[in-house]
Write a protein that binds this ligand. Structure first.
Ligand code: ACO
Length: 428
């Protein structure tokens, strides 16, 4: 028997049977319940979408209570252990792990699309020397749409495939160019003999040596961080990607919007905010006073709390392990002590425990990035590189879902009733 929810309208005594599928009711099924006879029907009010599923997705599964994260059914712990970013991005984008031949082709395609049009350099040179690299990244991604006008053919499978390769391949180059711009060094061309992450390190850090050799521990650490950040179902930036993409704009423009959403301190900008917070705290002695301030409503403990995870973020557990490996190579980040003390105090404090606030992915990632030589302003850019795979997969899933239309939420109007225009000299 089909599951239904019986709703009784106490005003009219009428009963409605609303089908329940996958633990949800369809908001449109509530329309049959008329609030006033000539109105279009009952709506739901859900600011910030805390209890609304906006799509059916096969990409990423999260169980926030149990701390589970899976891409296409594969647990994040197994991918972080055995996979690499390029293979994981293939999995996220195409739905299955690649065979050896598929992996070879995917690696070749991404590797041979890492070059940027020379005019991108001119675009980036227009930015001030101290520009935030995320602002440069967002602008440069948007600019790519002008270099690839064929990207407008969003319903052409081959065009989508090509833009996907271009985006996954070119975002590290854009990020590296933005970085080199702010540190005043010449841009470095990609090296096709290196891995995805190894080449990214090359484009960032190569100096005068004829061939850049990435440190294998740092190369692997960065790659695992990329795996951990590749997708996270319907978060703020993915919602932006789907929402913008639903107007059928090209994927570069949509992705620039998604990256802009990621930039905010409550989302991908949080790891930058964590580092600034730890620097501001300055020493472990100041931690109790800082926690007290947060509990008093003065600011937030950045890198703590999550809309979905109400236990330890599984990515944070893996990142903590990577941090130890990285610090063996780079030396300990002096802010680590403060972070550990902050975590210790917060996890014992009823304010955080009762609200189920645990460290999220951003709490430790910034410490690793800083130890690897990245300025804090690069952190959100480092997030955007792997998330590009997730954004495109989500965008394509939205485009090919026959139930999706242009995103257009409703509102409850609480403004003035009709009133007549008053000439300016008659206004009080
Ligand atoms: N520090 C202190 N208190 C917090 C924190 C925090 N980091 N996060 C939530 N709270 C408190 C809120 O004040 C609220 O308390 P109240 O019930 O007394 O009013 C309660 O916990 C619930 O918080 P909400 O804001 O309702 O939770 P929401 O799900 O909307 O927010 C968010 C989630 C934005 C991640 C939040 O926890 C936060 O701001 N964290 C800090 C920023 C951060 O680390 N963001 C990165 C998230 S991971 C990512 O995007 C990759």
């Amino acid at each position: 028997m089909a599951e239904t929810l019986t709703v009784t309208d106490n005003r009219t005594g009428k009963k409605y049977e609303i089908p329940v599928q996958d633990g949800t009711i369809r908001a449109m099924d509530l329309r049959q319940i008329k609030v006033v006879p000539d109105e279009f029907g009952l709506m739901t009010y859900d600011p910030a979408f805390t209890n609304t599923a906006a799509c059916r997705s096969r990409i990423t599964y999260i169980d926030g209570d149990k701390g589970i994260l899976m891409y296409r059914g594969y647990p994040i712990e197994q991918l972080a252990e055995h996979s690499d970013f390029l293979e994981t991005s293939y999995l996220i984008l195409r739905g299955e792990l690649p065979t050896s031949a598929q992996m070879e082709q995917w690696t070749h395609e991404v590797t041979f699309h890492t070059m940027l049009h020379e005019n991108i350099k001119t675009l980036l040179q227009g930015f001030r020397y101290d520009s935030h690299p995320m602002g440069m990244f967002i602008s440069a991604v948007a600019a790519l749409s002008t270099f690839y006008p064929d990207a407008k053919n969003i319903f052409d499978v081959e065009s989508r495939r090509l833009q996907t390769i271009r985006l996954v391949a070119k975002v590290p180059s854009l990020a590296a160019y933005a970085f080199r711009h702010i540190i005043g060094r010449p841009y470095v061309l990609p090296d096709n003999d290196l891995s995805f992450s190894g080449n990214f390190l090359n484009m960032l850090f190569k100096m005068t040596e004829p061939r850049y050799k990435p440190h294998p521990v740092l190369e692997r650490a960065l790659d695992v961080l990329f795996i951990l950040h590749a997708d996270h179902e319907q978060n703020c930036s993915t919602h932006a990607m789907r929402g913008i993409g639903s107007s059928h704009v090209d994927p570069y423009s949509a992705l620039a919007g998604a990256a802009a959403a990621l930039y905010g301190p409550l989302h991908g900008g949080a790891n930058e905010a964590v580092l600034r917070m730890l620097t501001e705290i300055g020493s472990t002695d100041h931690v109790p006073a800082f926690v007290k301030r947060v509990k008093g409503g003065d600011g937030r403990l950045m890198g703590f709390g999550h809309r979905v995870y109400k236990s330890y973020d599984p990515r944070a557990t893996i990142i903590k392990r990577i941090a130890d490996l990285v610090f063996e190579v780079t030396g300990k980040n002096p802010l680590l002590k403060i972070a550990l003390e902050l975590e210790r105090i917060a996890l014992e404090d009823d304010y955080f425990v009762s609200r189920r606030l645990y460290p999220n992915v951003d709490f430790y990632s910034g410490l690793i990035y800083q130890a690897m030589g990245f300025p804090v302003s690069m952190f959100p850019v480092l997030f955007a590189i792997p998330r590009t795979a997730g954004w495109i997969a989500q965008w394509e899933e939205m485009l090919t879902d026959p139930e999706q239309k242009i995103a257009r939420p409703r509102q409850i109007y609480i403004g003035s009733a009709k009133r007549d225009y008053v000439a300016r000299d008659k206004r009080k």
